[in-house]
Each structure stands twice: as C-alpha cells, then as structure tokens.
Design a protein around this ligand. Structure first.
Ligand code: FAD
Length: 383
C-alpha cells in the first residue's frame, strides 16, 4: 500500500467544507435526527460549493474533481451528520451510473441539475427478497410494442421519498443457464406508476429518508435504458462497490472523528477527583484506541479513493475500508459513551446518535459478512 498524502487543493477543499458544515449542519444535526428529517434544502447550497457534483466533469456542471475529494466532503459532513452524509453519498451513487455508462444525451439531460443539487438522485437495487442476494432480484422489465414496462418493489432505498431521479435495476431476461439478466433504467420521479412507498423508521442515519419505491406498470421509452439491455448487473455492481462502499467508509471516518473529538473535549472539561478526566489512564487508552481507529480507517478509505482516481482496481480496497471503518465506528462510539460515564447516555451529547448511526451503516452497501466474503475470496485468489 502506497503512502497517501493530501494535496494543498484538497486541504483547502476540506477547510471550505468544514466551515460550511460548522455553520449549516452542526447546529441542526441533532434536530434532523430527532425529527427524522432529511434537509433537502441544503442540496442547492451544496451544489454551489461543488459538493453534490464533486466528481462530475465541469462540462456537465460538476466540480470536475475526484473520489478523494468526494471522501473529504463526506467525512466532513458526517463528522456532524452521518444522516445527511448518506443522503449525499446516495445522490452520488445514483449519479455515477449515468456519468460512467450513460449516453451523451442522458448525461446532458440529467447531470447538470443533479450536479447543481437542484435535483436529488437515488439508486434502487435492494428488494424485500434480500439485498445480499444481488442476482435474485424479482422486479421485471418487459419490452412490449417498442416500450419498456417496469414492475416491482424496492426496499431500504435511501432518498426514496426525496429523489427526483431514480436508477432502477430490474430483471429483463435469462442467460442459457437460467441466470437472471439485468437492465438498469433511469426513471423520473413523476413517471406514472412510479412512487415512494412506506417510509422506514430507522435506528439511526435519520437525517436521511429510507423506504420502499414501487413501480406499477411504469412505461419507459428506450432512451431510459442505461448502458446495454441485459448488461446492467455490471453497472449496478460497480456503483455499489466503488461509490456505495466508498461512501459508507468515508461516512464512518467522519463518525470516528466525531467520537475522537467528542471524547477528547469531554475528558478535558469533566473534572473528577479534582482533575480533568483525561488524567486517568483508562480514559487515555480509549482516546488512543479511537485515534488509531480513525487514522487506520482514514488511510484505508483515502487510499482506495486514490486508486479509483488513478483508474486502478479498487473494489477490494473499498470493501476493506468499508468493513473496517463501519465496524470501528461502532466500537469507537461505544467506548466514547463508556468514557463519558452517565453523560454518555444523555441525548444532549451527540455520541449516542453516533452509535445509532454507526450501527445503521453496516447493511448499507452490503453487510460486514458480505465484505468478508469478498475480501477472503480475493485473498484466496491471490489478490
Ligand atoms: C441505512 C440503509 C440505507 C440503504 N440504502 C440503500 C439504497 O439506497 N439502495 C439500495 O438498493 N439498498 C439500500 N440499502 C439496502 C442494503 O443494501 C441491504 O440492507 C443489504 O444489502 C442487506 O440486505 P438485506 O437487508 O436484505 O439483508 P439479507 O441479505 O437478508 O441478510 C441477512 C443476514 O444474512 C447475512 N448473509 C446474507 N448472505 C450471506 C452470505 N452469503 N454469507 C454469510 N452471511 C450472509 C447478512 O450479512 C445478514 O446478516 C440500505 C440499507 C440501509 C440499512
């Protein structure tokens, strides 16, 4: 693994995003969580800063930057609101298939408004039959009289009730061995038959909306097909692997920094036995463990992002970053709650929310079990 360093421009971006986050996000994060509110009004503001279209080329209205810069934005936002972090990360998750597999017409039609944060994007893959069983999708696309008819129900979809543009993966055929062939479609939210369904009441990440999306005889023209018919599995998988897991890792790096900073702040201010709490070695051990976890998660995440920006294979690296960072964030939040004694259990402090948010990061982008299967498979094959 190479040694990773941020450029001066990346440090400047971090500073600008941090100032924005401290002014516009930090003061409201607890309220969004409590009210289960996704602050969609911030998307145009994030658009002005280049955040919503961070890796979209300038010709389509984006900032023309890369995936390291994307991770910087997600880390900074998730330091205070991992809920808004996952809403933004999923917006990018929907943009990526259009950018990497769309026709020029599709890019011209969708990317400028999405990059500007005037519209919000989502990616609908998971179904009630099981998210881990990626090839077991039941939603269908049927080609009839020159048009596609889409039917199915997706669940656990981030931005379900706020997305203007929805990327759908459905089954459109079978190969000679009877395995499902998938096609990916771009669906505008107002298309008749397409609608959000039930909204989930989640344990955490409540600055985002998560729920069902339903397609009931949704009729689409051929211009809605993303990439090639029956070759959509690659499109959906690459988005999940290199944008979804990347995003969940960066969000967890933000949570880890939150735990570290809140633990240090509390232990500096809390007086016990007439001295700051941080004089106790047991407390220092927690701070040290949280610091190491944060630095390790950061290295794994930004290293994988730098591979993506260099056009190198990075799916396995993102799986490792996602597995490590999400699990470490749960541990760090629990330890920080312990460090704070009774105060750790009081919702005036954000650490309880960090723990709930961290737990909710595990399934999003594929569970820890699935990451381990991928990482072990690669190791066994010598990758
Ligand atoms: C906050 C949040 C946001 C999400 N956002 C989106 C989104 O925007 N779009 C989207 O499409 N999906 C989204 N998801 C869904 C997510 O991708 C799925 O929850 C995830 O893939 C797991 O699927 P499942 O929940 O059906 O669990 P299941 O697949 O039913 O898994 C149940 C259990 O079995 C284990 N398991 C499954 N297969 C194996 C195996 N082969 N070996 C060992 N263990 C296994 C799992 O690890 C888990 O412990 C989101 C989920 C959450 C929680």
């Amino acid at each position: 693994m190479g040694f990773f360093q941020f450029t001066e421009e990346q440090e400047m971006l971090r500073k600008a995003v941090r100032e924005f986050v401290e002014a516009e996000i930090a003061p409201h994060a607890a309220e969004w969580d409590e009210k289960h509110y996704c602050p969609v009004e911030l998307f145009p503001k994030m658009g002005e800063m280049g955040i919503t279209g961070i890796f979209v080329p300038e010709e389509y209205g984006g900032a023309g930057l890369g995936h390291v810069e994307r991770a910087i934005c997600l880390e900074e936002i998730s330091r205070y609101s991992a809920g808004l972090g996952i809403a933004l990360m999923t917006h990018h998750l929907g943009i990526a298939p259009i950018l990497y597999f769309g026709t020029d017409e599709q890019k011209q039609k969708y990317l400028p408004d999405l990059a500007a944060g005037k519209k919000i994007c989502g990616l609908s893959v998971t179904e009630p039959g099981g998210g881990s069983d990626f090839m077991g999708l039941k939603a269908t696309g049927e080609f009839k009289d020159g048009q596609w008819v889409i039917n199915g129900r997706k669940c656990f979809i981030t931005n379900a009730s706020v997305a203007d543009v929805d990327i759908w993966a459905v089954v459109t055929g079978q190969d000679e061995k009877g395995r499902a062939l998938m096609t990916v479609f771009i669906i505008d939210k107002d298309t008749p038959g397409h609608a959000p369904g039930r909204e989930e009441n989640k344990i955490g990440l409540n600055g985002s909306s998560t729920g069902d999306v339903i397609c009931n005889d949704v009729v689409l023209g051929e211009e809605a097909v993303l990439g090639e018919v029956n070759k959509g599995a690659k499109i959906a998988l690459s988005a999940i692997q290199e944008i979804g897991r990347a995003g969940m890792a960066a969000i967890s790096v933000g949570i880890l920094r939150g735990c570290l900073e809140e633990g240090v702040k509390f232990s500096n201010e809390r007086i016990l036995y007439g001295k700051p709490l941080n004089r106790l070695q047991a407390i220092q051990f927690i701070i040290a463990e949280n610091r190491v976890a944060y630095e390790a998660a950061k290295l794994l995440t930004y290293h994988a992002a730098s591979l993506k920006d260099a056009g190198k294979p990075c799916a396995n690296e993102f799986s490792m970053a996602k597995l490590f960072a999400t699990e470490a964030a749960i541990e760090a939040a629990k330890k920080t709650i312990d460090l704070m004694g009774g105060y750790g259990c009081i919702n005036e402090y954000p650490v309880g929310r960090f723990l709930r948010d961290a737990i909710a990061t595990i399934p999003a982008g594929g569970t820890s079990h699935i990451q381990k299967i991928i990482i072990a498979g690669n190791a066994i094959r010598g990758n």
